[in-house]
Design a protein around this ligand. Sequence first.
Ligand code: HEM
Length: 203
Amino acid sequence: MDITKKGYYFLGLIIGLFIWVIILYFLGPPGDDVFDIFIRLGVLIGYTAMFVAALIIPFMKEVTKMFGTSFLKIHHLLSVIGIILITAHPIAMAINWETLSVFLPEFSDWFTFWQNSGRLAFYIIYFAAIIGLVRKYMTPKIWRFLHGFIYIALLFGYFHGLFSGTDFQENFGVMITFTAMLVLIFEVLIYRRYQKYKLKQKT
Ligand code: HEM
């Protein structure tokens, strides 16, 4: 891997963001036990990894140049870290509360739905990841559309955290940081659509 100077700056930014999230967690309400590390800190880091993985999508060429390696390797590494930590989040809960019901989506009313939308996000993340793995069996248009469900998962994960998370609710820094992440992700998504629209107009 031949990392350029720009690549090191970018890597520094990413590492800095992870360190910032970890510091915020330790500045917030203390955890009850080891499960709390997976339930709260784990998911905050996992979400951050998914956020960076989604954020770099429109900058494929730049990322490949900066790191001297395929863009996909970086995207996959961050996605795998995100999926592992996000999976550990409900598993730790299921073990701690001794129930598998935590995996059942809730639709009883609007607020309960959003409070528990992480449950749906969990399945959507796996769906989008599997689509990414079997993409060669689909047309680019279809697999990109289905893989894009990850944005819905990140939106659900955000509102679920906002309405049920200890850190989201009791640590202003966490709330602001993750709100900024969500806004940035959708800004980049719109920017990407705009890039494609411009390209289409040229041809
Ligand atoms: C079956 C799946 C899931 C269950 C049962 C679940 C349940 C929970 C619960 C009970 C909390 C509150 C924890 C606390 O503050 O003590 C929480 C927080 C959170 N969850 Fe989930 N969740 C699930 C999936 C997800 C997914 C897939 C994501 C991300 C895409 C996610 C993101 C978050 C975030 C960001 C928080 C806030 C953490 C904090 O404020 O400390 N969750 N979840």
